[in-house]
Ligand binder design. Structure first.
Ligand SMILES: Cc1ncc(COP(=O)(O)O)c(C=O)c1O
Length: 389
């Protein structure tokens, strides 16, 4: 047998379970989804069909089609204030996950360390492990939105530290990094020659109008970008999770090296999907507005509802579509073992699916996705209330 390097993604396994339960007709309220409940906009689907019918079904450039890289670069320059970004700064990947894996694989030697601020996206430690790296969770302050300070990074640093990895907006926290914090982190990374993998997958899903997403590439110029990578994808913002289309943005020499590996590993990603993504990116503003509005209304609904239940405490999510909830007081009151026990019991007695937070570095917490209808959210809150009573 081949070695069992990592375990299957907990959230994907849960999603599969929910699908089966729903197919059996069970009355289940799922807060497990890590994907939008909106469908891919039809004009994106039509563009993929058009492209396929026009014959774009062969190998294309390993770095990504020029039209897609141009659309991404334009977006960085015009919307994300990263004025120097051109198609030479972009390599196309199979979703954000393959981009992250690729970077880890290139940067890490066996035994090298990746610092991962807590709470983190469930897959980060497994991706590190799959390239024989060591994932080092880093506890950060709630007051700092769970993002690290330079002093915290310095205290965790060893000569084996090669990567710092986090997302903003955060999954599961929904917190967003501020410009001064990001600048401090970028400076520290350059000083210590640690690569920052800045995952901005949810950057268009900003739910608090007073907050703004800051792109890491807007805080450095090209010559100072050696240690900075931005990772993004169409998955969450354009409701294209199944299309597997993402990208990495960074220094052109780094991008060349990543492209060489893509050419040996995957050859390329489908051209018709890249055409569709390019069109989606160019026209995103139009269809995103009502979607963000819907997520905002759901955020307000679930935040107010869950916070009103005695014993529960939440982080207010400024972005993405997750609510991270401290259920430790309820666990203690009921004499249960931990948040995994909480998740198993709420599934058993109330048919509510949540993701245990231990897998994201915070025991005693659970993650609720609100990428689901207001009706389900209301039903879920009532079940939570009954369960925690
Ligand atoms: C923070 C974060 N990064 C990366 C991913 C993976 O994204 P993709 O589906 O584009 O591979 C996810 C998916 O849940 C995520 O939440």
């Amino acid at each position: 047998m081949i070695p069992e390097k990592v375990q299957e993604s907990l959230t994907l396994a849960l999603l599969g379970k929910v699908r089966e339960m729903k197919a059996r007709g069970e009355d289940v309220v799922s807060f497990a989804a890590g994907e939008p409940d909106f469908d891919t906009p039809s004009f994106i689907i039509e563009e993929a069909t058009r492209s396929m019918k026009a014959g774009n079904t062969r190998y294309v450039a390993s770095q990504g089609q020029p039209n897609l890289r141009e659309a991404i670069a334009t977006d960085y320059r015009e919307r994300l204030a990263s004025k120097w970004v051109t198609p030479a700064n972009i390599v196309v990947t199979g979703g954000a996950k393959q981009g992250l894996y690729l970077l880890m694989d290139v940067i890490m030697e066996p035994g090298d360390e990746a610092l991962i601020p807590v709470p983190y996206w469930v897959s980060y430690p497994s991706i590190v492990k799959s390239v024989s790296g060591v994932a080092k969770p880093l506890a950060c302050q709630e007051a700092n939105g769970y993002f690290p300070t330079a002093a915290e990074l310095e205290a965790a640093y060893t000569p084996k530290t090669k990567i710092l990895l986090f997302s903003s907006p955060g999954n599961p926290s929904g917190t967003m990094i501020r410009e001064t914090q990001l600048k401090e982190i970028i400076d520290w990374c350059a000083k210590r020659k640690v690569y920052l993998l800045y995952d901005e997958l949810y950057e268009r899903l900003v739910l608090s109008p007073e907050r703004k997403h800051i792109s890491a590439l807007s805080l450095v110029d090209e010559s100072a970008s050696e240690y900075v990578f931005a990772i993004n994808a169409c998955s969450k913002t354009m409701a294209m999770t199944g299309w597997r289309l993402g990208w990495i943005a960074g220094h052109p020499e780094n991008i060349k090296r990543l492209t060489a590996i893509q050419s040996q590993m995957v050859t390329c990603f489908p051209g018709f999907i890249q055409d569709a993504a390019a069109k989606g990116l160019r026209e995103a503003e139009g269809f995103l507005e009502p979607i963000v509005k819907a997520y905002r209304a759901r955020r307000d609904l679930i935040l107010t509802g869950i916070n009103s239940i005695p014993g529960l405490k939440c982080i207010k999510p400024d972005g993405a579509f997750y609510l991270f909830v401290d259920v430790s007081a309820v666990i203690q009151k009921k004499g249960w073992a931990d948040e995994k026990d909480f998740a198993a019991k709420i599934l058993e007695s109330e048919r509510v699916v949540v993701v245990p937070g231990g897998s994201m570095g915070m025991k005693g917490w659970v993650r609720l996705s609100f990428a689901t209808s207001e009706e389900e959210i209301k039903m879920g809150i009532e079940r939570f209330r009954r369960f925690c009573d």
